[in-house]
Ligand binder design. Sequence first.
Ligand SMILES: Nc1ncnc2c1ncn2[C@@H]1O[C@H](COP(=O)(O)OP(=O)(O)OP(=O)(O)O)[C@@H](O)[C@H]1O
Ligand SMILES: [Mg+2]
Length: 388
Amino acid sequence: MEHILGAITVFLFMLLLIFSSIILNERRKRVQLLKKLRGKNKEEKQPPIDRSKLLARALSLIKEGIVVMDPYGRIMFTNRFARELLGIDKNDTGKFFYQAIKDFDIVSMINEAFNESYKVWQEKKIKDRFVQVIFGSDLDEKVLLLIDQTPIKKYENLKKDFIANASHELKTPLAAMKLSLETLEEICKENPNATKYILKAQERVNYMEQLIEDLITLSLLETTNLTIRLQKIKILPIVEEILNNVSEVISQKKIQVSIKIPEDATICADEKLIHAILKNLIDNAIKYNRECGTIEILFKRLKNEDEIKICDSGYGIPKSHIPFIFERFYRVERSRSRKSGGTGLGLSIVKLATEKLGGKIEVESQEGKGTCFSVYLPKRCDIITSDF
Ligand SMILES: Nc1ncnc2c1ncn2[C@@H]1O[C@H](COP(=O)(O)OP(=O)(O)OP(=O)(O)O)[C@@H](O)[C@H]1O
Ligand SMILES: [Mg+2]
């Protein structure tokens, strides 16, 4: 009995020890938590963060240049990229922009746009970088932004070089193939079966030649800094020259062409681009026309733009295809366009070139009756700048 009582006492004593250690542990945790909270309160009471300093630090890390000026042109803020590019000293804050900026071109750009609300210059080489320069003075402060386009420029140059090299590499063997086929045609004159296959091969070679030319034109039109020489151009001589070059096909198909363009009618365009636009549209009006069909080429001066309209009496384009005809390699009837040697790039070139001239193109078509393409070009030559 005594043993049992002793064991119970020891057991109760142990239980007491365990409980007291648990309680002590909890207390310690609570004290630690309280200490942490007190510490946090202390932190919160610290002076507020200088957000403008933080922002300036963040802006100094970005790869775009920023110069903020007061309404009189005195420098208020510059970030690191702008200082490096424009040779501005950190202590130049407060000086006028023409005293601080070492790049003369940028100073004259700011001068030129100082009283305008917003101006964008597409590209300027400063030191070893290509930058887009934006000057905004919509607010009281004037802001000069320098957007680094060097990586895009590098990519574009790579693409341009690749297409130029690839097309050059393709052009040379194609020319050799063309010559060989001509010789072969001469040798096999007496063999109608061989002549048939030689003609087929010649057709494909011509197609590849056209495809290369179109790809080169498209890649040129896609470059952002394509130089566009806008000038007043007489439209009639261009149309006549294009028609002259295709007169053989026109007479083969017995197509009647009527031109309704006043002799002195001028448009505002780049000669090469308008030539590409009209050549492709006239080419289509012939290719997709029926025998003994008609083509009408009209010019109209509208209020704000000039319209050039080319209508044909051909197969027309089904309504469901119209939204896609300006896409690359899109052909409504593959067999028909392939037979006529089409690459499906003509209308993409037309659309891009029209947009580069600041204009737009519209199409109306009725299946079985014909198609009209209308090109609208702005009248004023100064609407778009040359550095597109
Ligand atoms: N005047 C037209 N009448 C009927 N269909 C047309 C006309 N113009 C274009 N199309 C259709 O739109 C498609 C795209 O025309 P696009 O000029 O881009 O290519 P293409 O004429 O086939 O080839 P490319 O002009 O490159 O030699 C043509 O394949 C044709 O089906
Ligand atoms: Mg075409």
